[in-house]
Structure formats: structure tokens, C-alpha cells
Write a protein that binds this ligand. Sequence first.
Ligand code: CA
Length: 247
Amino acid sequence: MSNSQGTLLIVEDEEAIGEGLKFNFEAEGFVVHWARDGAEGIRAITTLYRELDCVLLDLMLPEVDGFEVLRRTREIAEQIPILVLSAKGLETDKVRALELGADDYVTKPFSLLELLLRVRGLTKRRRWYRDEEHGDEIRIGRGRMNPRTLLVSMPDGSTSRASPTELQLAMVFLENPNKVLTRAELLERVWNYDSKMETRTVDVFVGKLRRFMELNPSRPDFLISVRGVGYAYVTDPALKEQLLAPR
Ligand code: CA
């Protein structure tokens, strides 16, 4: 691999935004591919997925929209980080994109610096994941996760596969057991947010992690919601009672 910062695919139909992103990310040392509609995006992902470190995906695309690109991308390649560029203020679209497998989103108009930070975080994770060193299976709640293959042994005995972002979030919890982590802390450590933004991202991803580690994700034993604060990965039952007690 060369000295490049990583290889990106931009799927964006708006000429000015596509041009601007390509120019700026190339200036930062990335190799940039640009698909101008959804069908071209799917073709590019199909041929390039092995070398892509991150996909920047617009949701509102002619003909094949971003949701369909997202769905198809996750069929082809589960592990490519995808950052959605959403022109819509609708929270439901963002949550839907996260549920369909996006790792993060920014709402247009976005700050280039903010976007660059997020992309750096996502590409770093992609490379970390490719590193052969990370081989040992880790236990999380009632599940087990292999950090290299991202295979998850689910609490019910079935298997599933995590995304690199899900793994990263799991690691942050595992490194801080029995400690309440705020949404802002989690956003900063996993998604490289440098500002306090309102977002449902953490909540959606906690929901995904619970499926990997809880017998009953709607009544979690390990990944506990601490109302108004954030979440805690709890291995000490006494602490769980304390956190859940009304105050
Ligand atoms: Ca568009």
C-alpha cells in the first residue's frame, strides 16, 4: 500500500459537492473515486470494495437512491465503513440509514473539517481491522466477537457479523467496564465527533450491540441505559441495581 491516507468512494450526484469533496480529500492525501449516481455507485463498490477504506454516500440520488445503495453495499461488503451525507433533516431517514448499515452520517451543509475528522476515524478503523494482529476472540456480555473476522457468536448460539464500528464501540465499553459513558464521550471516541451534536447514532448502535450480547435485548443485563446520561457496560450486578434504581 502507498502513502495515501486511504481510498474513498464518493457517491454524489450534485456536481459542485462532488467536485468539492474530491478536491479536498485528494488535497489531504486520499485516493478518491467518484460515482455520480446510485447505479454507478453500486458498480464501483462491486469492483472496488477490496481497496475502499470508506464510502461517502448521498441519500438523495436519481433512479437508485442512497438507501438502495446502502442495502446493496452491505450485501457485497459488510465491512466497508459508510458515511451518509444527508440533505434531509428528517431523523427517521438518518436512523433508517444507520439501521441499514451506515456507520455515521453528516447533514448538509456540513463542515469539511468535521467530515475529514469523521472519515479519518472510519478509515483508521478499517485499517485496524485489516491488521492481522487482532486475532483473539473477545467475550462481550453473553456473546463472543472475533475482532479480525468480525464474526459474532450470539447468545442464542447462532452466528452473525459485526461491522468495524460496532466492534469499535464494543471495545470502548469493554475497556471501561462498570463505568457510565456519556453519549458525547462515545461519539468522540468512536465517531471522532469534535462537537456536541444531537444525534441518534449512539442509541442505534447500542441497540445493535445488545443483539450481540444480551439474551433479551429489550431487557439488557449488560449494556444498561442510564437515563439522561448515557450507557454503561456492567459486569457487576450490584452496580446494575444501583444504576437502574429510581433517584
Ligand atoms: Ca443528491
